[in-house]
Write a protein that binds this ligand. Structure first.
Ligand code: VOV
Length: 258
C-alpha cells in the first residue's frame, strides 16, 4: 500500500543518554507589598534564616554532593531563581521542603519551576570503558555550577511536526546535525557554559537549557546564531526565557532592605 505521508515509517533508534545529578529550578516573585508590612527586625531575621539555609547548601557543594546557584530574574516573570543539583530526586525534594518552610518563603510566591536531570548525549560516542568512571564525563554530569555574573534559562523540545519530526530522523542524520550544533556551541568556549537537563517524562518540555556567562550579551548572540542552525531552525521549539544577575548570599540583606 502507498503511504501518503512524507514521514518515514521505520522506528528510529533513541540516542543513549548519560544522566547525572537531578536538577530543580525554583522561580519566585517577591511579594514586596506584604514584605513592607513586616517590621524591619523581623525581616532581617528572615533574611538571616535564608542565609543560613544557603550556607547549608554551600557545605553540600564543598563536599561535592550537589551544587546550587541563586540569581535575581529581570522582568516580570519572576524576581529570583534558585537552581539546585542533587544525586537523587528525594534529595531535591528534601531541599524543596526545607526551603518552603523558611519564613521568608511566605513572601516568595512561586511563579515557575523546572525539574530535569543533567544529560549528556552520546551522538559523539561515549569513549572507552564505563563513561561514568571517566573524570571528564563525571565533571559534566555532576557539575559544580560556575559563579558567573549572569544566568539564562529556557525549556525547549524538538519538533514532532509532520515533515519536521526530529524523532523520525535517522541516527546518522541526527548525529550530523548535532555535530554542527556542537561546533557552534564550541565557538562560545570560555564565554558561555551550558548545562542541559533532560526532562522528557519529568516536566513539560524535553530539555531545560541553563546558560551561564559573565557577559550577558553572549546569551543573545548564541541563541540568535543557533536559530540559523538546522537543529534549532527546523526542530527547536522554545518555552519562556528567564535571564538574571548573580545574587550573593552576602548581598541578601541589602536586596531585601526597604
Ligand atoms: C554553550 C555552548 C554549547 C555547546 C558547546 C553545546 C554542545 C552540545 C553537544 C556537543 C551536544 C550533543 C551531545 C552529544 O550527543 O554528543 C549538545 C546537546 C544539546 N544541546 Fe547544546 N551546546 C551548547 C549550547 C546550547 C544551547 C544554547 C542550546 C539551546 C538551543 C537553542 O537553539 O537555543 C543547546 C541545546 C542542546 C540540547 C537540547 C541538546 C540535546 C539534544 C538531543 O537531541 O539530544 N545547547 N550540545
Amino acid at each position: 500500500m502507498q503511504h501518503q505521508s512524507s514521514e518515514p515509517t521505520v522506528t528510529q533508534q533513541a540516542a543513549e543518554t548519560l544522566d547525572g545529578w537531578y536538577t530543580f529550578h525554583d522561580f519566585r516573585r517577591i511579594d514586596w507589598s506584604r514584605l513592607k508590612q513586616v517590621e524591619a527586625t523581623v525581616r532581617t531575621k528572615m533574611v538571616h534564616e535564608f542565609q543560613a539555609f544557603l550556607s547549608e547548601l554551600a557545605q553540600v557543594e564543598e563536599q561535592k554532593e550537589g551544587s546550587h546557584a541563586l540569581y535575581t530574574i529581570i522582568g516580570q516573570k519572576a524576581d529570583l531563581v534558585l537552581m539546585v543539583l542533587r544525586p537523587t530526586m528525594e534529595d531535591i525534594q528534601a531541599v524543596e521542603v526545607k526551603m518552603q518552610k523558611l519564613d521568608l518563603y511566605d513572601y516568595l510566591i512561586p511563579t515557575y519551576s523546572y525539574v530535569s536531570v543533567v544529560e549528556l548525549g552520546t551522538y559523539r560516542g561515549s569513549g572507552e570503558g564505563n563513561p561514568y568512571e571517566n573524570p571528564y564525563v563525571r565533571d559534566r554530569l555532576y557539575p559544580i555550577l560556575p559563579k558567573s555574573k549572569h544566568i539564562c534559562f529556557y525549556p525547549m523540545s524538538k519538533s514532532r511536526r509532520d515533515g519536521d519530526n526530529w524523532y523520525t530522523l535517522s541516527m546518522e542524520k541526527r548525529k550530523e546535525l548535532m555535530y554542527r550544533h556542537g561546533m557552534i556551541g564550541r565557538s562560545y568556549a570560555g564565554k558561555i557554559q551550558q548545562i542541559i537537563g533532560g526532562s522528557t517524562g519529568f516536566d513539560d518540555w524535553e530539555w531545560g537549557v541553563t546558560l551561564f556567562a559573565n557577559d550577558i550579551l553572549q546569551f543573545k548572540k548564541i541563541v540568535y546564531e543557533m536559530r540559523f542552525d538546522e537543529v534549532s531552525a527546523k526542530y527547536g521549539e522554545f518555552g519562556e526565557f528567564f535571564i538574571g544577575n548573580r545574587l550573593e548570599s552576602t548581598d541578601l540583606e541589602a536586596h531585601f532592605a526597604l
